[in-house]
Design a protein around this ligand. Structure first.
Ligand code: DAT
Ligand code: MG
Length: 137
C-alpha cells in the first residue's frame, strides 16, 4: 500500500501567533514527511468546498469568516497511518478539553466566543484527505 497522506492546515490563529514552526516541529518529530507546503489566503469558494459537511450548522458562518481572516499554511504530509496520527497529535476539537501533550491542548486558546480558534485542521478519513488535498494542492 502507498504511504498515506493527509492535509494539515495551520489556521489563521496559528499563523498569526507564530506557531507554524512549532506545529511543523511536532509533525516532523513524530516522523511524518513534509510533501508540500504553502502559505495562502483561501477564497470563500475554497473554504465553502472544504467545509461543505458543516454547511447550515450554527458555527458555519463564523468558521468560514475566521478562516478568511488571515493567511493559512496548507501542508501535505505523509506517513504510516498519518490521517489518524495527525488527529491524535492535534487533539480533540475544543482546546479547553484537548489532552495536554497535543497541539490544541498545549497551545490552543480557550474557545470563549471564538470557538473556531483551535490552531489546526486535519483530515478525518481517507476520503476526506483525498478530497481536501485535491482542493488545496
Ligand atoms: P475538527 O476540526 O476537530 O475536525 P469539526 O470538523 O467537527 O472539528 O469542525 C470543524 C471546525 O469547526 C472545528 O475545528 C471548530 C469548529 N467547530 C466545530 N464544532 C463546533 C461547535 N460546536 N461550535 C463552534 N465551532 C465548532
Ligand atoms: Mg473536521
Amino acid at each position: 500500500m502507498a504511504v498515506e497522506e493527509t492535509l494539515v492546515l495551520v489556521k489563521p490563529d496559528g499563523v498569526a501567533r507564530g506557531l507554524t514552526g512549532e506545529i511543523l516541529r511536532r509533525i516532523e518529530a513524530k516522523g511524518y514527511s513534509l510533501v508540500d507546503i504553502k502559505l495562502l489566503e483561501p477564497s470563500r469558494e475554497l473554504l465553502a468546498a472544504h467545509y461543505e459537511e458543516h454547511f447550515g450548522k450554527p458555527f458555519y458562518e463564523p468558521l468560514v469568516e475566521f478562516m478568511e481572516s488571515g493567511p493559512v499554511v496548507a501542508i501535505r504530509i505523509a506517513g504510516n497511518r498519518v490521517i489518524e496520527g495527525f488527529r491524535a497529535l492535534a487533539g480533540t476539537t475544543d482546546p479547553t478539553t484537548a489532552a495536554p501533550g497535543t497541539i490544541r491542548g498545549d497551545l490552543g486558546r480557550d474557545w470563549g466566543l471564538k470557538v473556531q480558534q483551535n490552531l489546526v485542521h486535519g483530515s478525518d478519513s481517507p476520503e476526506s484527505a483525498a478530497r481536501e488535498l485535491a482542493l488545496w494542492f
